[in-house]
Design a protein around this ligand. Structure first.
Ligand code: PEP
Ligand code: MG
Length: 570
């Protein structure tokens, strides 16, 4: 038996046989074409491009109905095939350097995908997979091979690959994939995104995976622990087969909670909201099962592009979300750039401590034009639904008043221009301890608040949330966190103002009863957490949650709190 480890990016257990998937990989030789053959190489390149565009069109049309978002990937691939710069470089190399077409395709795409990989934004860097994917398609067609992909899985298998590319997974039947194992790929890689969206257990970044696995080999995957067992002993297979069955049953039972209201055992309704970022179709489906949008991270509209989104573009996105959620509130967070999030379209000054620097609301005050554009788009869109505007990185009452003056003057200007704008609520994120401690005063200034526990924890514990070295100091269950949460929640509740939580703690099964015990009645989380949180809520009464919350406040360390909550798991 061999045990290998990697990152368990999508939880779950699987027992099955390996399907080694290598796609079509070819690294052409550096070849110079015989004199006079340049023309035929150029023609062949044009034919290959046409065939690639046809194949991509076929995939696009087939996908468009069942998954329009995924279909868009193939439109993007067509754009890459037609990319102007690439299509200057490749013919140039064939014509002037006498490279053979396949070598020119290989090398020129290599330059481009290296450039993309170097992007600071990990979401863009991961898009190198798309360039690799298109290159693979062109080279396969150059060599006259058919596309086999993952569409021909005859039985449920565990896929082992170097990395899965978008076109590998497009035609994949997820019901035949028990787990995904790859050598490369991080949390934001295509393999991770696909695995999580289908709820398939996945362990990525397993070193030397392909050197160790064989076709049809038996494997046990424990994605919760990031471990795989190759040729496992009989007892391990038996043990994990039981665990896998239990996991499947539990997952089905949990999923059945997605579309029902979250009520405690004593029938207190808890609002379940979702966190969204791209406002794509998959995210908007939440209008069918969530009570509201608890956090719309609008900065994602600004990221991964070379220009800033204009007022009309933002207006139409906000309008789309508001219309889709109808009467349900949509908490739209204003631009939260800085810290870990950068913009390609703006060269911001380098800061030694970006998380303590000119980020989010502070940055909006520094660039009033950018802030004005966003607020104008929001206010105009407010007519189409139930808009709640939320300010990130608020540290003082001065920040709130300054932002209010700004927003109301934008509204006055819109009115002067004769543009209509509807009603909206104005609130703040509580993610800096200085405002959490002023919550009773802040509650008089705003309509609502939402606790950003991710940042609140980093500022309270003085531990950078992105720095793995200080991870042990970033303690979400720190007793100080719970004390501060209690005070903040009570301050808003006493003022009769809605308070929710939209950081990771809001979807954390261990923290949920404590938060409800403190008085929270609205939790916001990623779509994947919704069914489990709804299920957990149905298992306790508010009185029980209050007892647990009181008990939590008695412990001196994060570890003791975690142990207590794990033992009491409801
Ligand atoms: C938070 O800080 O908890 C939060 C929800 O905002 P973000 O994670 O986007 O910083
Ligand atoms: Mg935050």
């Amino acid at each position: 038996m061999t045990i290998l480890t990697g990152n368990g990016v999508s939880p779950g257990i699987a027992v099955g046989t390996i399907h080694v998937y290598s796609g079509f990989q070819i690294i052409p030789e550096k070849n110079i074409c015989p004199p006079g053959e340049e023309r035929s190489q150029l023609d062949r390149y044009e034919t290959v491009k046409t065939k690639a565009l046809d194949e991509l069109e076929q995939i696009f049309l087939a996908m468009e109905i069942k998954d329009p978002e995924k279909a868009k990937i193939f439109r993007a691939h067509q754009d890459i095939v037609n990319d102007v710069a690439i299509n200057e470089e490749i013919p140039d190399k064939i014509q002037n350097e006498h490279w053979t077409g396949d070598w020119a395709i290989y090398k020129i795409y290599e330059t481009f995908l290296r450039m993309v990989k170097k992007a600071k934004d990990p979401l863009i860097a991961e898009r190198a997979a798309d360039f690799e994917d298109v290159r693979g398609r062109l080279l396969r067609l150059w060599h006259g091979r058919n596309n086999e992909g993952l569409s021909v899985l005859e039985k449920p298998v565990i896929i082992a690959a170097k990395e899965l590319l978008p076109s590998d997974t497009a035609s994949m039947d997820p019901s035949r994939v028990l787990a995904i194992l790859t050598e490369t790929g991080g949390l934001t890689s295509h393999s991770a995104i696909i695995a999580k969206s289908y709820g398939i257990p996945a362990v990525l970044g397993i070193q030397e995976l392909l050197d160790n696995v064989k076709q049809n080999q038996t494997v046990v995957v424990d994605a919760d622990k990031g471990k795989i067992y190759l040729d496992p002993e009989k007892t391990i297979v038996e043990d994990y087969t039981k665990k896998a069955d239990a996991w499947h049953k539990e997952r089905e039972a949990t999923e059945s909670f997605r579309y029902i209201d979250a009520c405690t055992k004593d029938n207190i309704k808890i609002d379940i909201a979702v966190n969204i970022a791209n406002a794509d179709e998959k995210e908007l489906e939440a209008a069918g099962y969530a009570d509201s949008v608890g956090l719309f991270r609008t900065e994602f509209l600004y990221m991964g592009r070379n220009d800033l989104p204009g007022e009309e573009e933002q207006f139409s996105v906000y309008k789309k979300v508001l219309e889709r959620f109808g009467k349900k509130p949509v908490i739209l967070r204003t631009l939260d750039i800085g810290g870990d999030k950068t913009l390609q379209s703006m060269e911001l000054p380098k800061e030694d401590n970006p998380f303590l620097g000119n980020r989010a609301l502070r940055l909006c005050f520094t660039y009033p034009d950018i802030f004005t554009t966003q607020i104008r788009a929001c206010l105009r869109a407010s007519e189409y639904g139930n808009l709640w505007i939320m300010l990130p990185m608020v540290g003082s009452i001065d920040d709130i008043r300054k932002a209010k003056d700004f927003i109301f003057s934008v509204r006055d200007n819109l009115k002067k221009e004769g543009k209509s704008c509807g009603n909206f609520k104005l609130g703040i994120m509580i993610e800096i301890p200085s405002i959490a401690l002023m919550a009773n005063i802040a509650a008089k200034e705003v309509d609502f608040a939402s606790i950003g526990s991710n940042d609140l924890c980093q500022y309270l514990c003085a531990a950078d949330r992105m720095n793995g070295m200080v991870e042990p100091y970033y303690q979400s269950y720190h007793p100080a966190m719970f004390r501060l949460l209690k005070e903040t929640i009570e301050a808003f509740s006493n003022a009769g103002k809605p308070i929710s939580i939209c950081g990771e703690l809001g979807g954390d099964p261990l923290a949920v009863p404590v938060l409800i015990g403190f008085g929270i009645r609205k939790l916001s989380m990623g779509a994947a957490s919704v069914p489990n949180v709804k299920r957990i809520i149905s298992g306790f009464t508010v009185t029980r949650a209050e007892e647990i919350a009181r008990k939590v406040l008695e412990f001196e360390t994060a570890e003791k709190i975690k142990t207590y909550l794990t033992d009491k798991r409801l």
